[in-house]
Structures are given as C-alpha cells and as structure tokens.
Design a protein around this ligand. Structure first.
Ligand code: HEM
Length: 388
C-alpha cells in the first residue's frame, strides 16, 4: 500500500503550517505524502508512527534533508537560516554535544545564569514605568539569553541592548560573519526566547496560575532566592513550563528528518530521500488524546498527565515531544528547561505581571511558519513589585 498522494505543494506554499497539516491529517490519515516532482514530504501525525520515525527506526529516519530539499520550504527569510547553513547545523551536534550539552555544564554555569537573570529583575525594579505604562520584555530577555550563551561560548557579554555588536549578533539574516557563524545559537536562543514570551503571556492571562507558582515558590523556598537546584522541588513551576511548550510548541513540526533508503512506515512505502516531518504540535494538542487541549492548564501535568515528561528518561510519551526524542532530538533541552523554569520563577517571585491598565488580557495570537511557532504580538506587560 502506498501513501496517499495529493496535490502539488507549490499550491499550498507557505501555508504548510502545523494547523494546516493537522487538518490535512484528518482527511488523508496519520501519515500522508505530498509530492513535488521527485521530491516528497511525509507528514506524521500519530504518536505511534512518531515513535517509529524518531525511535524504533531512528537510524533509518535519522538524516536531515539536504539543502536542495530545504529550498522548497524556505519561503520567508527566517527559514533561510536552515537553507544556507544546513550542513553546519548538522555538524553542530557532533562538535558541541560533549563540551556543551552535559549536566556538568549546567553545574558549571548555573550561577552565571542566575546572575544574568537577577540583572533583569534588578532592571525592572529600577524602572518606574514598568508599573504604569508597562514594557515589552522581549528585548531585555533577548539580551539576557545572548549574554548567557556568549558567556558560555566566548566568555564575553554585551553591555546593553544598544551595543552595536549585540545588534549585529541578533540580526538573523546578517552576512556570515565570524560571530554569526554561531547563528544556530541565534536560532536556539530565539526558540528559548519565544517560549519565555509565551510563558509570560499565559501567566499574565491566567493570574490564578501565576499566584499558584508564587505560592509554591514561597512555601518551598521560604524566602530564599530560587536556584537551579530548587527546580525539582517546584513541580507546579515545571508544569507551567511544560504546558507552555505543549500549547505553544516552539518548533511545531520538529526539524525535518530524512530517510536515506526507501523505508516502511505504518504499512506505507516511504520513498528514499523523503523529507519527514512529525507534527509535534498536533500530537500535543489533539483532543482525542488530551483533555481540553486548547486550555492553558498546567494542572494537567500534575493530575491526569502526571507521568508525561518532556524528555526521554522517565516515561517517554510520544504525544509530548517539544524537543523531539532519539538521536536527532534537541541536545539543548538540558539548558533550555532550567533556564525557562528559572526566569519564570524569578519574575513571578518579584513581580505580579499584568496586562496594561484597562486591558483584560494580552494577545496570544500565534504566528506560525515551517520551523517556528511564535507569539504574533510582543505585548506590553506591567510589572508590579511584590511586597516582601
Ligand atoms: C525551548 C527551547 C528549545 C526547543 C523547544 C528546541 C527544540 C528542538 C527541536 C524540536 C529539535 C529537532 C528535533 C528533531 O528533529 O527530532 C531541536 C534540535 C536542535 N536543538 Fe533545540 N530547542 C530549544 C533550545 C535549544 C538550545 C538552547 C540549544 C543550544 C544551546 C539547542 C540546540 C539544538 C541543536 C544543536 C539541534 C540539532 C540536533 C540534531 O540535529 O542532531 N536547542 N531543538
């Protein structure tokens, strides 16, 4: 049996987003194939088949499409990153895993992370207008994340968001300069930054969740500042991070995989060299598998989903794969999860985050692309210091 084939993906062009592909899976099944000439895109929308691609047949589907195949997908500038530097991206893991993505590195740098985060909190305390007009926090968090990464990689940092070198470094499509060669980190940093923006927006829109986080921290830490080693004692905070990544999966289709040889998947024949995407967003938001998936409800990860982890180690749950799983999974998870937990914890400890006066909620409309799912509007948020 072959995979149902339909259409020509030029017709759908840039609309090949997680939502569109999810709606197509309802028509064409858990695995379907789109064809353009000799090139194929296979879309996987079922946890069992995702297990096959990422784990059971992880070797068979463990390649990344070559640049030429990537071309098809790159409609807008942001995605060009992958086109131009695809090979470089592939090398990253080999080169970086040992020195960079280990728990030892977390232990080595966690104090520095906390220091950079405390500077953000300090800045917010100093600025009177954060209480009244509010601010768009994105720029400041971006500076923080670049500083965290640059201190880890180059033992250097940027003084301010106006630093010309910072402006240069944050330019996505800048010419390939020496520093910009580390553009994968730009991507990794931006991914983490989107997650922070989503988490903050959801906390602003769910004040009850925000106060539960604050209460947990205050009960567990008794007024001591939150550190990386406290995170495992703060299950609700961790649930907030997971729920953010579930509802707003930052890389909703994972990074495309490829099979070098013809392969079998769910009884279908997958032509050699297909680009295979796993709709991780849909796996985590399909109402067949999740209770009211549209709802931002961190409690689900303490109640009915208590066993679900973002990472292999505990029970691997193929409905929840914000970092992928298996040999091509995200090695940055070891940094991203604690960094997310810490910044959310620190902001919530010191501030009540609210929409600007007169507004009920901030806008959480999403903007999706092939490789990213980010918040469409960088909303203004007000920060009200918590009285000790
Ligand atoms: C919330 C933050 C992040 C999310 C949601 C995320 C998600 C992902 C996903 C879904 C993949 C592809 C998995 C697959 O294709 O099966 C990936 C790959 C990758 N990520 Fe992340 N990531 C994040 C942060 C980071 C950070 C902070 C770094 C580095 C400092 C990083 C480095 C990488 C690398 C090097 C790869 C390529 C792995 C490979 O192809 O073998 N990521 N990430």
């Amino acid at each position: 049996m072959s995979v149902p084939i339909f259409g020509n993906w030029l017709q759908v062009g840039n609309d090949l987003t997680h939502r569109f592909l999810a709606s197509m899976s309802k028509l064409y099944g858990d695995v379907f194939l789109l064809k353009l000439g000799s090139r194929s895109l296979v879309v996987v929308s079922d946890p069992k088949l995702a297990t096959e691609v990422l784990h059971t047949q992880g070797v068979e589907f463990g390649s990344r499409p070559r640049n030429v195949v990537f071309d098809i997908f790159t409609g807008n500038g942001q995605d060009m990153v992958f086109t131009v530097y695809g090979d470089h991206w592939r090398k990253m893991r080999r080169i970086m895993t040992l020195p960079f993505f280990t728990n030892k590195v977390v232990q080595q740098y966690k104090n520095m992370w906390e220091e950079e985060m405390d500077l953000v909190v300090e800045d917010l305390h100093k600025r009177e207008e954060v209480k009244t007009e509010g601010i768009v926090i994105r720029k400041r968090l971006q500076l923080m994340l670049y500083n965290i990464m640059y201190r880890m990689m180059f033992a250097t940092k940027f003084e301010s968001a106006e630093d010309p070198l910072f402006l240069q470094a944050t330019k996505f499509n800048s010419e390939r300069s020496r520093l910009a060669q580390s553009f994968e980190y730009n991507y990794a940093i931006e991914t983490t930054l989107w997650s922070m923006e989503w988490a903050i927006a959801e906390l602003v829109n769910h004040p009850n969740v925000q106060s539960k986080v604050r209460q947990e921290i205050s009960e567990v830490l008794q007024g001591n500042p939150i550190t990386e080693s406290d995170l495992n004692r703060l299950p609700y905070l961790q649930a907030v991070v997971k729920e953010t990544l579930r509802l707003h999966t930052p890389i909703p289709l994972l990074v495309p995989h490829m099979n070098l040889e013809e392969a079998k998947l769910g009884g279908h024949t997958i032509p050699q060299g297909s680009k295979v995407v796993v709709n991780a967003w849909w796996l985590a938001n399909n109402p067949e598998w999740w209770k009211n998936p549209d709802e931002f409800r961190p409690e689900r990860f303490l109640d009915e989903e208590a066993e679900t982890e973002a990472v292999a180690g505990g029970k691997v749950d193929f409905r929840f794969l914000p970092f992928g799983v298996g040999r091509r999974s995200c090695p940055g998870i070891i940094l991203a999860l604690p960094i997310l937990g810490l910044i959310v914890g620190k902001l919530v400890t010191d501030f009540e985050m609210r929409p600007p006066a007169g507004m009920e909620k901030v806008d959480v409309t999403e903007k999706g692309g092939q490789f990213s799912l980010h918040i469409a509007t960088h909303s203004v948020v007000t920060f009200h210091p918590i009285k000790a």
